[in-house]
Every structure is written in structure tokens, then in C-alpha cells.
Design a protein around this ligand. Structure first.
Ligand SMILES: [Zn+2]
Ligand SMILES: [Zn+2]
Length: 310
């Protein structure tokens, strides 16, 4: 039985706060994209893994985070340029929408403040603090964290994840994303399926297959005038491959990638195709936690939780 996973990096302003010039269109699309994705997933009854930046679950903060061992200036934009942009810094309403959805979404973490774990300047203390703070906030919401999606897929400090009770993370795609992947025939003919594996820390790496918005800008416009949306074609190919085999096809995106109606159309086309193939074949849709439980049941959250209740 093949399966499909969709993971979302849910971050609002936090995905861009460290950039000198944040891309305004994406920054402003965070809330709209979040709601559109949630509605589409609901319409097609597709559960997804929502990896949420922990800070979004706060109602307020002091903008300083003095007790957080982040580098000097890390929170500068939140207390400066975005001081009056609470809509970019907090999103408890949006997180509550995910939890209230009928689709059985997985709540996952995208760290506390979108720190890049693979960077040499991110020391162990900061990695620990990012995860501890995320877990504390999650606990305030009666949630726990099984899965981490690394900001910008920058994998690092996996030993800290294991210590913090995290079970799974999203590893990098084995194929190149985006325009090269689409036009390079050696990549085009390669399988879109990925193999979840247990790494040396006992974590389940659920690698990405395809970033659904890795093909944008002028090239997208040209390609769309020649074909339909080529990204939809790629996603369909991955879904078909998973349906034909017992492999895993893992798509991912940020809600803020849905900046425009044509982005909504892309996601609708992909989800409706997934829904149809699921009905017509043995294909199933899983969350990253489902995959982790299947691949390494002994490290699964469900068993740990059950044990602690007994
Ligand atoms: Zn803050
Ligand atoms: Zn991110």
C-alpha cells in the first residue's frame, strides 16, 4: 500500500524575520494561505502535518525574549519594524483552526522562532532552548510534539531532538527541487518516492519528495502558457507512483506560498487528484507521525503516551 504525506511549514512572519528584505508578497500571504490550505484540506478530507512556529501560539510577548539564548538582534524585527504587526508574530486563532478541523491533522513543530539548526552559530544551548520553549507552549495547549520540520530544511542537532522526545523530522529531498528538477531529464525520469529511515539517533527521517512551489517566477508563467501547471503534473506523477507501488510520496509547502488564486488552483488540482486516486486505489494519506509509527513503532508517541497513562 503506497502512501502520500503533505507537510506544511506554518510560520507567518517568522519564516522571514531574519532576512534583510523579507519578500512582501509572501509575508502578507501567510494568513490567507493558511486559511485557504485549511479549507482545501477540509474539502478533500486530507490530513496533513502542520509544523507550527511556537511563537505563533503566544497571545503576546515582551519582544525581547531575554531568557532565550538567541544571537544579538534575533528578535529585532519583531520589536522594531513589525512591532505593530501582531498579525505576523502571533496566530493562536490560526493554530486553533488547525486543531478544530475535521481532517485529522498532525500538530508538529517548526521550532520556537525559526532558528536555522544546521548553522554553525546555532549552538546546542540555542537548539535545546528552541525545542524546550516549543514544548512548553505546546503543553499549555495540551499538545505534545512528535515531529519537527527544520526551518529551511536545515538539518542539525539531531541528538537534541532525540533527547527532547521528538520522533521524526523531514529530511532533504534526494532530488533537486524546482526548475532544474523539471527540465533535467535525468531527474525527470527518476522516482519521486522517498524511503523513511531510522537514523543513528533513533529518529525517523521522513524525507521530502517535492517542494510544491519550487518552480516560480517568469519560468512558471512561460511553462504554464505551454502546458497546464507543470507542478501539478509532477505531483500527479508522484501520487501515481505511490498508488502503483508501496512507496511514499512526500509533498511540502508553506501556507504563504499561496499568494495568488493561481496558487490556490494548483493546490486544489493536486488535492482533488489525490482524493480521486485514494478512492480508486489502495493509496492512503498519512501524516509524518503515522509514517514514523509505522517505520519505528517502538519509538512512537502513541505508545509512550499510553505507557504514561497506565
Ligand atoms: Zn516575541
Ligand atoms: Zn520555515
Amino acid at each position: 500500500m503506497g502512501s502520500v504525506v503533505i507537510s506544511l511549514d506554518a510560520e507567518l512572519g517568522w519564516g522571514f524575520h531574519d532576512l534583510v528584505t523579507p519578500p512582501a508578497e509572501r509575508v502578507e500571504a501567510g494568513r490567507r494561505g493558511w486559511s485557504v490550505m485549511l479549507e482545501l484540506l477540509e474539502e478533500f478530507e486530507v490530513p496533513a502535518t502542520w509544523a507550527v512556529v511556537g511563537h505563533l501560539m503566544l497571545d503576546s510577548c515582551d519582544g525581547i525574549h531575554d531568557d532565550h539564548p538567541a544571537p544579538e538582534g534575533w528578535f529585532a524585527r519583531e520589536r522594531g519594524e513589525w512591532a505593530d504587526r501582531e498579525d505576523l508574530r502571533y496566530g493562536p486563532d490560526l493554530v486553533a483552526d488547525v486543531l478544530a478541523a475535521d481532517a485529522d491533522h498532525e500538530f508538529a513543530s517548526h521550532t520556537f522562532s525559526h532558528v536555522l539548526f544546521g548553522r554553525p552559530e546555532t549552538d546546542r544551548e540555542l537548539a535545546v532552548a528552541e525545542l524546550e520553549r516549543s514544548r512548553e507552549i505546546a503543553a499549555d495547549w495540551n499538545l505534545s510534539i512528535d515531529t519537527l520540520v527544520y526551518p529551511r530544511n536545515d538539518v542539525g542537532h539531531r541528538d537534541v531532538l532525540a533527547e527532547q522526545g521528538i520522533t521524526a523530522y523531514r529530511g532533504r529531498s534526494p532530488t533537486r527541487d524546482g526548475v532544474r528538477g523539471l527540465f533535467d531529464s535525468t531527474v525527470r525520469d527518476r522516482s519521486m518516492l522517498v524511503e523513511p529511515v531510522v537514523d543513528e539517533y533513533g529518529l525517523v527521517n521522513v524525507p521530502a519528495s517535492l517542494f510544491l512551489f519550487g518552480f516560480e517566477g517568469a519560468a512558471r508563467t512561460v511553462a504554464e502558457s505551454i502546458w497546464a501547471d507543470p507542478m501539478v503534473e509532477l505531483a500527479r506523477r508522484g501520487i501515481d507512483e505511490a498508488a502503483r507501488t508501496d512507496g511514499l510520496f512526500h509533498m511540502w509547502l508553506h501556507p504563504n506560498n499561496l499568494t495568488d488564486e493561481r496558487d490556490d488552483r494548483r493546490m486544489r488540482a493536486i488535492l482533488s487528484y489525490l482524493d480521486r486516486q485514494r478512492a480508486a486505489t489502495d493509496l492512503r494519506v498519512e501524516t509524518m507521525a503515522d509514517v514514523a509509527d509505522r517505520v519505528a513503532p517502538e519509538s512512537g508517541f502513541s505508545e509512550r503516551a499510553t505507557a504514561s497513562w497506565q
